[in-house]
Structure formats: C-alpha cells, structure tokens
Ligand binder design. Sequence first.
Ligand SMILES: [Zn+2]
Ligand SMILES: [Zn+2]
Length: 339
Amino acid sequence: MNPPAEIPVEMRAMLLERPNSALVETRRPLPLPQAGEIRIRVEACGVCRTDLHIVDGELPQAVYPIVPGHEVVGLVDACGPGVVALELGERVGVPWLARTCGCCEYCRRGLENLCDFAEFTGCTRDGGYATHLIANAAFCVRLGSRWTDPVAASPLLCAGLIGWRALKAAGSCGRLGIFGFGAAAHIVAQLARWRGTEVYAFTRPGDRSAQAFAMSLGALWAGDSDQRAPESLDAAIIFAPVGDLVPIALGSVRKGGRVICAGIHMTDIPRFPYRLLWEERQLVSVANLTRHDAETFFDAAAGAGVHTQVRRYALGEANLALDALRGGRIQGAAVLVPD
Ligand SMILES: [Zn+2]
Ligand SMILES: [Zn+2]
C-alpha cells in the first residue's frame, strides 16, 4: 500500500470580496466536507462569461464575498459522511448547478434547472478559482477515464453543458446560426456538425480571427453580426450578452424558426417590430442545467470527439484571464490551473 499523500493544511483561493473589484489571493484552512459533500483538489477551472457578470455585480442571486468558478475539474480528496457513489482519487467535474431542493414544484416536474431554492457554484457558494473546493457529491459529474486532460475538459462543465442545453432547445435543424463565437459556441459548433447541422457563425463586426476560428471548427459560413445570413436559418442561438442581437437573430430565422438566448445576463433588448416575431417564430431562453443534461452531454461530447481550445493561466492570474475574456482576446476558453 502506498503511504498517504501529504495533505496540505491550508488552501489558496482567488476571492472576489465585492462587485467591481479585483480578485485577491487568500489562504484559508482546508475545509472538511460535511454529510453528502466531497472535497476536491482542483486540477483546472474554466473562466466563464458568467464570472464577468458576477464580478460586475449583474446577477441578483450572487453573494459576496465569493470564490468564482463553476467549470471545475479535480480529484476527490475527502468524502463526507454518507458519500458512497464517489471514490477518493476519482476525477470529477463540478458544474454551475450546485444543489437543488428536490421538492419545489419545478424539481417535482423534472425542471431542477428552475428550482426555486437552487444554489450555484461560484455564485452562491464558493467555486473553483482555488486549489480546493467543497461540493455536493450528488451534483458532481463523474468524468471517468474518458476525460484524461483536466484542462481541456474544464470548459465542458459550463460552456459545453449550457451550449448543449441551447442546442437541444434549437431542436432538429438543418441550418443553425450562432451569435457570439466564444467558449460555448466553439463546443456547440462541433456538436452541431456532428449532428449534420450547418453552422452559420456571427461574430463582433470585423472580428476576422473569430470568424476564421469558426470556419476551422466546421462552420459553413462566418461573418459579422450586422451582416445578413446567406440562407434563412431554422434556429439561432445567442451566446453574446448583447440584447441588440435579438431582433437581428429573429430576422435571420425562417417562419416557425426559433431564437434561443443562452446567456444568464443580457443588455436590454431594443424595441422591434412585431413582424420579426410573426409567423410563429419563437423567442426562448435556457437557464442553468439539469443533471440529466450532464449525463447526455458528456456522452454526446465523447461521441462527437469534441476537443476544446484553451489558454492556460496560473490560478494567481485570474484577473488577467478575466480581463482577456472581457476584451475578446480569448479564442476558445481560458482555464485557470493551480500552480
Ligand atoms: Zn427545487
Ligand atoms: Zn458558465
């Protein structure tokens, strides 16, 4: 038997003390998992656009101070009482949905993503911009032996999962528009192509590198968001948090087509003429995720051979990573790696 690995007595975390401030590196005693919880040694944590909304104080449900980060991949290093489904040393993912009540009307209807009493990783409880975190075992994703690179896998935990929920909301479609070609879009484009869907990518006007990136991932067409699509689309997903894109996307879909807003926050949607919605076009949003989404997504991602493009940052460089994301300088996803 190997001697037990040396357990550190404290952990490091990048803490957001209040909105509109820089994250500060802090040290804390290593926490102990309570009943039903596990402690995870973080291997990688993706940086999501939602983290910017938390930094900017745009989410009413966020609590401060908070350790952000909800695209966590790591190894189970302690189990609380009652945890039997996960083993020490096992690689797991921690997604945005941290806990649901299990008994509100939404949970009972199988819509746990809309739970009235949900908790969210890195938003209402501390997340993965850290060397360790505590998570509810029942909401962790077992990554098994299929995902051996924790850095590459981490963007799947939100960008991938929310993208998957949005793609499912689009239904079966031949031509899909994607507005905003960041971390989620670069995964969704691969899944859509795998399903035989043509992808039309719309980026910030003039962002030629994002357009080239979209084409490299199998998009049939890529252009500026103020350009008309060359074909009428069956559905469009808006990942960019820009309300001005809603009427543009509605104008790009055919009769009966659907526009899905996939972000947690968006600037105000401008007034638009009813004719853009007329003829049974639908405008919907997707919120959060369910555990069932996670099960089906990771199977689909493996089937599609999804690969992620990441830029690594050390944990202590979290502010740099957030700035780069805000400035549109990340192609694919930024990922923090504890050093
Ligand atoms: Zn509930
Ligand atoms: Zn996210």
